[in-house]
Write a protein that binds this ligand. Structure first.
Ligand code: NAD
Length: 263
């Protein structure tokens, strides 16, 4: 596919923009070794039954589901994953002073590790780096709890109240944190350019940030390997690998990455 015209347009819009909001999805982290859910190699594409295990109701009701979740988490690729060229390009965008907010559906913490400041990263689906207690609301870091699992506790309970512990992520069937989603939607409405990157844009309400930004007057650029339901409303759609597209679209003219132009 010939990307050069929309890619050059997107790059020009980035140069001109002052309040860019990025809406990131799991596709930005696949190059770091963390599979997405719905892409061709996605966790649910390969194993549709896995979606059922991701619901809050199953997790809370069934200790077998919790044991499987903790076991699976022990060797999650997320613990050793490092930011890739796509994450680094978004950190560069912040260094250029253009990033208003980075709304991410990702739970892996790689944007912050790439250098984006935590204040600008809005984690609408939470983070795997923390754990919360479903009983008393205690919140603490994930790694000490994983140590307990390694030591033999297959369904570790809250040490304060004995309640069920769960990663601080938003599972399917779980309420989003209203203030967090409100902040994300407000940022989208304040954007002059919205970049939707690596998301199938099928998870609501956050996918609604795309039409919200458009309705508020922003340009919209969608970058993803596959089509999304919002491609028709976008000002440009770039279908390709984010590790190549993002550095080209986000770099300023003095930071132009080496290599051939897209085409
Ligand atoms: P998704 O799985 O629904 O869609 C990801 C999209 O990214 C797919 O359309 C896929 O084709 C595309 N993609 C994959 N690799 C790409 C690449 N290298 N270049 C360009 N495009 C690429 O993901 P979603 O929209 O973020 O929704 C899934 C939900 O799952 C989110 O809510 C998120 O919380 C969670 N999740 C997070 C992670 C993570 O934190 N890394 C991983 C898996 C799932």
């Amino acid at each position: 596919m010939n990307h050069s015209a929309p890619l050059e347009a997107a790059r020009g819009w980035v140069d001109a923009a002052r309040r860019i909001v990025v809406l990131a999805g799991a596709g930005i982290s696949t190059d770091s070794g963390i599979p997405d859910f719905r892409g061709p190699k996605g966790v649910w594409t390969k194993n549709p039954a896995a979606e059922k295990l991701s619901t809050l109701q199953n997790y809370l009701a069934d200790s077998d589901v919790r044991r499987a979740a903790w076991r699976g988490r022990l060797d999650s690729p997320a613990w050793s994953a490092r930011p890739n060229a796509g994450h680094l390009a978004l950190a560069a965008l912040e260094r250029r002073g253009k990033l208003h907010a980075l709304v991410t559906q990702n739970i892996d913490g790689l944007h912050q590790r790439a250098g984006n400041s935590p204040e600008r990263v809005i984690e609408v689906h939470g983070t795997i780096h923390f754990v919360t207690c479903w009983g008393c609301g205690w919140r603490g870091p994930m790694q000490p709890v994983l140590e307990r699992v390694r030591a033999g506790e297959d369904d570790p309970a809250c040490e304060a109240c004995g309640g069920i512990l769960k990663s601080a992520t938003i599972s399917f069937g779980q309420q989003l944190v209203p203030e967090v989603i409100a902040r994300a939607m407000q940022a989208a409405e304040e954007a002059d350019l919205l970049l939707a990157v690596g998301s199938s844009l099928q998870v609501y309400p956050v996918a609604g940030a795309v039409p919200a930004a458009k309705a508020a007057g922003a340009r919209v650029v969608i970058m993803n390997a596959e089509p999304t339901p919002f491609d028709d409303m976008a000002d440009a759609v770039l279908n390709g690998p984010l590790g190549e597209l993002l550095p080209r679209v986000c770099a300023g003219s003095s930071e132009t990455p080496p290599g051939p132009r897209a085409g």
